[in-house]
Unconditional design. Structure first.
Length: 248
């Protein structure tokens, strides 16, 4: 643990010195650092002090609009994306329920304004069943506003549309299917990059050392394998398959 802390300090000092050599100054107030490790005792201190500056340790931060956590968990990122989607949804509630616009146009508005806010960076998501459910619940809520209530033939009262009825009315790919499609497309790009790219080496590389006890975490690569099984390409070396762009 002490060795890791020393390495962080050493690298931080090197960064500060290299920045000064080209006329840049590292703002200690704005600069944070995060430690990602199976050992939760690593880097317990709340700041990293060097001979030059002191940097605050954080458990999560935003990088290019994506929420990264020290547990490498996707939950916070999806929570943030759904919050952005809800903000878009609530900014145009009257528009989505307008009877002056056709349902096809309302669906286009949903897919061009709300969906991009939710799916930003989704190509790298490793979804669990819990997260898939949260995304589907969000989409159903928006679609119910678009299609409106239905009058019950028996009671003559208006009620919310059932999920089965929404599936019939909304024939396009649902939000989870869109995420899987984008993930497959990105996987194909990475597989064709070759060993010279860091992204490719991260995908196919195998880290050294021993993994912790217990069930291994679900990986993004596992999602790709499962998605291929759904389209009857299970058991195939998908990295080789992706080399053929047309077939992929």
């Amino acid at each position: 643990m002490g060795g890791i802390a020393y390495t962080i300090k050493e690298n931080t000092e090197a960064l500060v010195v290299a920045s000064e050599e080209i006329g840049l100054e590292v703002n200690a107030y704005k600069t944070k650092y995060m430690v990602m490790s199976h050992d939760q005792n690593v880097g317990q201190s709340h700041s990293m002090k060097t001979d030059i500056s002191s940097f605050e340790k954080v458990e999560e931060f935003k990088y290019w609009g994506t929420a990264l956590t020290n547990q490498n968990s996707i939950q916070e990122e999806i929570k943030s994306r759904l919050k952005s989607g809800n903000a878009c949804h609530h900014s145009v509630p009257n528009l989505l329920s307008s009877s002056l616009l056709s349902k096809n146009l309302l669906i286009k508005i949903y897919r061009t304004t709300i969906v991009p806010a939710v799916l930003y960076g989704c190509e790298t998501w490793s979804l669990t069943l819990r997260e898939e459910h949260r995304l589907r619940v969000f989409e159903k809520r928006v679609l119910r506003r678009i299609f409106g209530p239905k009058k019950d033939e028996v009671t003559r009262e208006c009620r919310k549309l059932y999920n089965e009825e929404l599936n019939v009315l909304y024939s396009l790919s649902n939000i989870v299917r869109m995420i899987k499609s984008r993930g497959m497309r990105w996987a194909g790009h990475v597989a064709r990059m070759g060993e010279g790219r860091v992204v490719y080496r991260v995908l196919v590389g195998k880290p050294g050392g021993k993994r912790p006890l217990g069930r291994p975490r679900h990986r993004w690569r596992d999602n790709i394998t499962m998605d291929l099984q759904e389209v009857r390409f299970g058991g195939i070396d998908w990295i080789k398959l992706a080399q053929d762009t047309n077939r992929w």
